[in-house]
Design a protein around this ligand. Structure first.
Ligand SMILES: Nc1ncnc2c1ncn2[C@@H]1O[C@H](COP(=O)(O)OP(=O)(O)OP(=O)(O)O)[C@@H](O)[C@H]1O
Length: 876
């Protein structure tokens, strides 16, 4: 009995517990219902924020049409600028006018093919005369350059350069001396690897790598930092913008290189003058041409014209000294002669000093030079008048003899003489055969040169320029010189065949005591062999034996009047560079027009794929997909233009190296020029997507979508630019950006949610993922605080999918559950905040937006740092 009572008591207790549990469950259900009610009350239905189908058409159709017209406009602009003749033909055809065929002029023909350098020069001189006459008061079509602001005598003494290597210091230039005077063209010549470029860079104050010794004097004073304002360096490879024409190119360089405060009229006059002097007066409106960033080939100037334009912009800023790195390389002989003759003419007219490296010149090119510095294995074998080089080798060293019929022009023979790497040509006669003899010849010349210098000190001022220089028709007749010749080594025949008479003597007697310091070649080379045998290892001991470098000291302490000349201000640089960027972009059909077309067509494609999404559960899911794809599209789009960033790098490195403008001016100009076009592309494509897909059209939501998209696109683009700058080439930049893009994709929180990652620590990379911030911002913008009606229930197809997915879930097939899923009732509401909860997008929208902006600023800072580093690293 008692046990029955116990059982009843236990039943009662269980019943009481069950009742309590039921009451708690009911309370919890009531609480959940209340929470849901509050949540529903807190969200605004999305429905009213959506436009109806007609209104959406009115949004995307005009945007799409505008985008296409915009692209066509810039395409037309680019094509008409790049091909004006085709444009005039189109205009004539459209207007029904009779096409006027223009008979090609001699200038056009000349421009189309190189090889008419002389004719181009004559035509240009006549053509440019008018412009110049206005500026210069010259008459009769004669082009004379305005006197440069300050004639300069450049003297260098004991120049040396050595590089560190695992084996110790390796000298590549040793004890090189020389002098260049106003109105002179000096050639730096020698076999490959002899040190021409090293010497040119040292003279131009561009050399910073290696252990540098010796001194460079400007009019007798140590060269100061202002030297760069009175000198110009013209690299071998030009850095011209293909989309600009000749005049625009000159305007660009005159704005950047002429002293601040130069009036526009004076700048224009100078431009006319230089163009005419360089024989480019006929091609003022011609495009430079070349391969555009993006790959299009643009027809433009011929190789010779391009080189002349490159030289013209180098001398625009009225420099006193111009350094040219192999100005004739890559040109056929006629074009090379045209360039060098024009240079010579400029030198004679203006008192300019030109120092240029040359390879094996042809006779006409050789004839244009006044002085030559002959190097071999970093040693100076000769410096002095070109015409006297033969007499030094023949008379001074007893080499040769030079037979023009057999050996070619003097420069060819001299190059063969000092080249010890290759077998000498047949019939060379006595020659320099090995390193010891080369060293001995260099020492003999050094002694001879210094003795001459002691006898006649170098010209220390501008008026030390050779007398009668400007009057000399080709510079050759001055070889004899006079007392004012300073360092001229010795007498010479004035017809350029100096030394031919001496050859007989030297061949017979072994050297002219006057020239060779009394030692014949046999004696010199014997001594050299003895010294070499006696253990004098100059190749390794030389650098250690040199005095402490005085190069930088000279630069720092030196002061000359050129310090006062200031180039363009930061603002002028900025304006000029913005102008260049705009011209380059607008005239490149694959740039402005191509980008807009790409944006609108892809937006249109995406709109068709996600066409007119409904406001139910399915539509919500697809909206999330569309937002993710939109994010990815913005991330991937800049890849199309990676080659352009690589081109930007090349251009700015060359310009930094020439110190044309500051890094900050370039950077600011680039951003300012790009921003409007990027904004236009993103806004137009966003409007197309919003309209076609059916995204939130509240003005604030549209604004945020556009703003976030612009910032994110700029960021993706900036990463590409950063990669192009910090990596050595396009392939490396590609690898870096692919790695970055992969992180963005995997850490977007869409393909795999962070909370679902089994290796959760990997999700730490999310902080690097800009796509994560952008996607979160777009989700929050689209769904936060919104709700959609679900009275139509779930898609029957989806319910069927659930049933086949869970075949044992009988509950799913009960009428109550089916009714709840398919016909949930008129008051059913989908709270879209749940979407944000699902993705863990819990922070306010401004947090994601701010993170994106800070990210962008960070990448800008890194890119700017990379550019600064690049500008400093561009050392030679
Ligand atoms: N940064 C460097 N480090 C080590 N060696 C260098 C460096 N730059 C140049 N050299 C060496 O210095 C020597 C002279 O080079 P340079 O470029 O001045 O000769 P070059 O006469 O102009 O040759 P080329 O006519 O072929 O252009 C070469 O042997 C070259 O290998």
């Amino acid at each position: 009995m008692s046990s029955i009572n116990q059982i009843e008591a236990a039943d009662k207790a269980l019943a009481a517990q069950a009742a309590t549990a039921a009451a708690q469950a009911a309370a919890a259900a009531a609480k959940a219902a209340a929470t849901a009610q509050r949540a529903v009350a807190a969200v605004a239905p999305l429905g009213p924020a959506m436009l109806d189908a007609r209104q959406r058409v009115a949004l995307w159709v005009p945007s799409l049409v505008f985008g296409i017209l915009y692209a066509l406009f810039f395409l037309g602009l680019a094509l008409t600028t790049l091909n004006p003749k085709a444009w005039s033909d189109v205009k004539a055809a459209v207007l029904g006018r009779k096409r006027r065929l223009r008979r090609p002029s001699a200038d056009d023909e000349c421009g189309a093919a190189e090889g008419c350098g002389g004719r181009a020069k004559t035509a240009a001189l006549a053509n440019g005369g008018a412009g110049h006459a206005a500026a210069n008061g010259a008459s009769g079509g004669e082009v004379r350059l305005t006197q440069i602001h300050r004639p300069v005598v450049l003297t260098w003494e004991g120049l040396g350069c050595a590089y560190n290597s695992p084996a110790g210091l390796v000298p590549v230039l040793q004890d090189v001396c020389g002098e260049a005077r106003p109105g002179e063209m000096v050639a730096l010549m020698g076999p490959s690897g002899s040190g021409k470029s090293t010497l040119l860079d040292m003279l131009a104050a561009r050399k910073t790598l290696g252990r540098l010794t010796g001194s460079v004097l400007v009019n007798g004073k140590p060269r100061g930092p202002g030297f760069r304002h009175i000198s110009s360096y013209v690299p071998q490879d030009d850095n011209l913008t293909p989309q600009m024409n000749v005049v625009e190119t000159c305007q660009l360089y005159s704005a950047l290189t002429l002293p601040a405060g130069t009036s526009p009229a004076a700048a224009a006059a100078r431009m006319d003058e230089v163009l005419a002097a360089m024989g480019m007066g006929h091609a003022r409106d011609r495009l430079v041409g070349g391969v555009l960033p993006g790959g299009l080939l643009l027809r433009g100037l011929s190789g010779g014209e391009r080189k002349r334009l490159w030289v013209a912009v180098g001398i625009l800023a009225t420099p006193s000294v111009v350094f040219l790195d192999e100005p004739t390389t890559g040109l056929d002989s006629a074009a090379a002669v045209a360039v060098v003759n024009l240079l010579h003419r400029t030198v004679v007219d203006s008192g300019l000093t030109i120092i240029s490296s040359i390879h094996q010149p042809c006779s006409a090119v050789w004839a244009a030079y006044d002085e030559v510095s002959l190097l071999a294995r970093g040693r100076l074998l000769y410096f002095g008048p070109c015409a006297e080089m033969g007499s030094w080798f023949e008379g001074g060293l007893g080499l040769g003899p030079w037979n023009p019929a057999k050996h070619g022009i003097l420069s060819d023979w001299a190059l063969d003489l000092v080249s010890i790497e290759f077998t000498k040509p047949e019939g060379m006669g006595r020659s320099i055969e090995g390193p010891e003899e080369l060293r001995a010849a260099a020492r003999a010349f050094s002694r001879h040169y210094r003795a001459k210098r002691l006898a006649a000190p170098p010209a220390a001022a501008a008026n030390g320029a050779r007398k009668g220089k400007a009057a000399a028709p080709n510079g050759r007749a001055r070889a004899g010189g006079d007392a004012s010749d300073g360092a001229a080594p010795h007498d010479a025949d004035s017809d350029g065949s100096a030394g031919s008479g001496r050859a007989v003597r030297s061949a017979a007697g072994g050297g002219d005591p006057e020239l060779g310091g009394g030692r014949g070649w046999d004696e010199i080379s014997k001594a050299a062999k003895y010294e070499a045998g006696g253990g004098e290892d100059e190749e390794t001991d030389w650098a250690a034996a040199q005095p402490a470098p005085d190069w930088t000291a000279g630069i720092k302490e030196g002061a000359d009047e050129s310090d006062s000349l200031q180039r363009a201000s930061w603002m002028t640089q900025f304006r000029t560079l913005v102008w260049r960027e705009l011209l380059s972009m607008m005239r490149n059909p694959v740039d402005v027009a191509g980008r807009m077309l790409c944006f609108v067509l892809l937006a249109c494609f995406m709109g068709l794929v996600f066409w007119n999404l409904d406001l139910g559960a399915d539509g919500t899911r697809n909206r999330v997909n569309a937002l993710f794809l939109h994010t990815m599209f913005l991330l991937l789009m800049p890849f199309v233009y990676l080659s352009m960033y690589a081109n930007d790098r090349r251009v700015c490195v060359a310009d930094f190296s020439a110190r044309l403008y500051s890094v900050s001016a370039y950077y600011a100009a680039k951003q300012a020029a790009v921003l409007p076009f990027v904004s236009a592309n993103v806004i137009i494509s966003n409007l197309v997507v919003i309209g076609m897909v059916g995204l939130n059209t509240q003005p604030s939501a549209v604004f945020v979508l556009c703003a976030v998209s612009i910032v994110f696109y700029l960021l993706a683009q900036q990463v590409q630019s950063f990669a192009s700058i910090v990596t050595p080439n396009q392939e490396a930049a590609f690898i870096l950006t692919i790695a970055y893009t992969s992180i963005n994709l995997l850490m977007s929180n869409f393909i795999m949610r962070f909370r679902d990652m089994a290796q959760h620590w990997v999700s730490g990379l999310r902080w690097l993922s800009a796509a994560n911030y952008a996607f979160s911002a777009l989700l929050a913008n689209q769904f936060r605080g919104t709700a959609v009606s679900c009275r139509q229930g779930l898609n029957p197809e989806l319910v069927g999918f659930l049933e086949s997915l869970m075949p044992n879930a009988r509950l799913l097939r009960t009428s109550a559950v089916q009714s709840m899923l398919l016909r949930p009732g008129d008051d059913c509401v989908l709270n879209l905040n749940a979407v944000l909860d699902y993705f863990g997008t819990t922070r306010p929208l401004w947090v994601y937006s701010l993170a994106l902006v800070c990210y962008l600023l960070g990448v800008h800072a890194l890119t700017f740092w990379g550019l600064l580093r690049l500008a400093r690293k561009e050392r030679r």
